[in-house]
Design a binder for this molecule. Structure first.
Ligand SMILES: [Zn+2]
Ligand SMILES: [Zn+2]
Length: 114
């Protein structure tokens, strides 16, 4: 869904590019990482993988803001990997390499099945 226009990278404030992964459109910033809207995340991985809502105990991720609502992202953890989530549930930001780690952890849990 690009109807809302181009999203801005939470890390460097540049416009993100869109890419198709498993037929889901995601937004990414080449040097920084990947933003997944909550709905996109659910299409890529089971919602058990990442809780797109921050919990109250999460700390604010300094200097990072949700590309959807401009509120500060919060630090959360997915499968032992730190991720930044929007407190309003808009989505999740993965630093470069973090998403791969989450997927890798997931494959281990699935016993290597594709
Ligand atoms: Zn960036
Ligand atoms: Zn948001």
């Amino acid at each position: 869904m690009t109807a809302l226009g181009v999203l801005v990278c939470p890390v460097c404030d540049r416009q993100m590019a869109a890419a198709l992964v498993e037929e889901v459109e995601i937004d990414f910033c080449d040097p920084c990482g990947i933003w997944l809207d909550a709905g996109e995340l659910g299409m890529l991985v089971s919602d058990a993988v990442v809780n797109p809502r921050a919990s109250r105990g999460d700390t604010v991720s300094p200097g990072r803001f949700c590309p959807r609502c401009d509120r500060p992202l919060r630090l959360s953890t997915s499968r032992g990997t730190p991720v930044d989530v929007c407190g309003e549930g808009h989505g999740v930001w993965f630093d470069r390499g973090e998403l791969e780690r989450v997927f890798a952890a997931l494959k281990v849990e699935k016993g290597g099945a594709a």
